[in-house]
Write a protein that binds this ligand. Structure first.
Ligand code: BES
Ligand code: MN
Length: 448
């Protein structure tokens, strides 16, 4: 068992839910705990206030002979509801079956904390790190990082670095080291459809005025055609065709077969855009998703009512070259065009972020691949990710630097769901990975 478990449990006990203002003080307390943890590791730490939750930065003494590595992570977590589906307290971590169970265990506290533990061990044993370190931990990733890009712009020179390391993505199967070289982007909105001035008797008025719940259903249904393609005009305009080398490489990635997906999702079958494998649908194709839909009576039994309003929350995953604002313009035009008479439609735009794509075979990419293979004892698979970390493309634009995505999240880790967990094996693997990785990254710059 890792010597770091008790420490990790302290971190997991903070209910640092960024979206819920009732937890603002918990988010700050978590930031303060991290800053003091960095200080006790021998780093210089600082808490930077923003218009939202604070950014925590830790650094060692920099030396111009060494490359500078920025390690990014996020200490905020998703809400825990529905609470009754958890087998243990989401903020009372426990170890069962070789896994640590808690909200944030994988996403993202466990993954960045493994790096901090690796860093702490290296400083203890060697007195110093082989690289200049900037560790940047934010508290707003799960709400779209609204204040981090301005922070990067303001602190551009202090954050100058050669490469960024992020462990906040997936590992395709236990023991299979995985390097990501892409992330999908995202753009979100909420749609409100309003009809009569109040809920009406559905017998007295049903048939004579439009039903907003029916309309929201029609609008949602209009987003796709029968082949699972998004039916919004122009949606695929900027989508690059999948390259043959990726299709071939991905066909050999373990953990992505039909059976694997059925097991991990609990779905009766896979489904998606025709002409693509599941890996291709997830990693290289854009999507439209309904994240929530509501309106009308939800209580016990029936209530013959014609609801005054109905709502849907939508999000769209994007691939490289799609512009989130342009896509949302197209979404809005589509919904307005398909909205029938008799209701009003209001669309409120939410957060968005661009997709990311980089060369996995750059000098830094190769060093990371070597570090993964030495740490886990087999060659890494190279994938893109279905999920999004919007700040990664901002790092590229503001700091001009690529990110190594070295994921430790296993398929059954249940991030954003009840019973989130992190395999102890991956926590320990992450600690070892940090130490090997920094050595490899330090070696590149001295050779070149
Ligand atoms: N760590 C995830 C992203 C992720 C998970 C990438 C698994 C690849 C594999 C991150 O915390 C996350 O959940 N991001 C959000 C982005 C958002 C709220 C702007 C997402 O992808 O929904
Ligand atoms: Mn997340």
């Amino acid at each position: 068992m890792s010597r770091w478990i008790d420490d990790f449990f302290e971190l997991l006990r903070f209910p640092s839910v960024s979206t819920d203002s009732r937890h603002d003080a918990d988010v700050r307390a978590c930031a303060e705990w991290l800053a003091s943890r960095m200080t006790s590791a021998g780093l210089q730490s600082a808490i930077h206030d923003t218009d939202g939750h604070p950014v925590v930065i830790g650094r060692n003494a920099h030396d111009s002979d060494r490359p500078t590595v920025l390690v990014y992570g996020h200490y905020d977590v998703q809400p825990v509801d529905p609470l009754d589906l958890w087998d243990s307290d989401p903020f009372g971590p426990e170890i069962r079956d070789g896994k640590i169970w808690a909200r944030g265990a994988t996403d993202n506290k466990g993954q960045f904390f493994a790096h901090l533990c690796g860093i702490t061990e290296t400083i203890e044993e060697c007195g110093e790190l082989p690289v200049n370190l900037i560790m940047l931990l934010e508290g707003e990733e799960e709400i779209g990082s609204p204040n981090l890009r301005p922070f990067l712009e303001e602190h551009r020179s202090e954050l100058a670095c050669d490469v960024i390391v992020v462990s906040d993505t997936g590992m395709v199967a236990p023991g299979v080291p995985t390097m990501g070289y892409g992330l999908r982007g995202i753009t979100c909105c909420e749609v409100a459809v309003r009809g009569p001035a109040r809920d009406l008797h559905s017998g007295v008025y049903g048939g004579a005025v439009a039903n907003p719940a029916t309309v929201i259903g029609q609008l949602v249904a209009s987003l796709h055609d029968h082949d699972g393609r998004v039916a919004i005009e122009g949606f695929y305009d900027d989508v690059a065709a999948l390259e043959e080398w990726e299709r071939e490489m991905w066909s050999a990635v373990p953990g992505m077969g039909e059976e694997d997906l059925l097991k991990v999702t609990g779905s009766p079958s896979t489904y998606g855009e025709s002409g693509y494998t599941s890996a291709e649908r997830l990693w290289a194709r854009p999507t439209a998703e309904v994240n929530g839909i509501w309106g009308g009576y939800q209580g016990e039994g029936s209530k013959t009512v014609l609801p005054a309003e109905a709502f849907a929350k939508l999000s769209f995953r994007l691939v490289p070259h799609q512009d989130p604002v342009d896509v949302m313009d197209k979404v809005e035009a589509h919904l307005r065009k398909h909205c029938p008479e008799g209701v009003s439609l209001e669309l409120t735009r939410g957060h968005h972020g661009q997709a990311y794509y980089t060369d996995p075979h750059s000098a830094h990419g190769k060093a990371a691949q070597q570090a993964l293979s030495e740490t886990f004892g087999s060659d890494p698979v190279l994938i893109r990710e279905g999920g999004s970390i919007p700040i990664i493309q901002d790092f590229k634009e503001v700091l001009g630097v690529d990110t190594l995505l070295l994921g430790l999240a296993l398929p059954d880790c249940q991030i954003h769901s009840p019973n989130e967990n992190f395999a102890v094996e991956n926590f320990e693997g992450g600690i070892r990975l940090n130490r090997v990785l920094f050595d490899k990254l330090a070696a590149i710059e001295t050779e070149s």
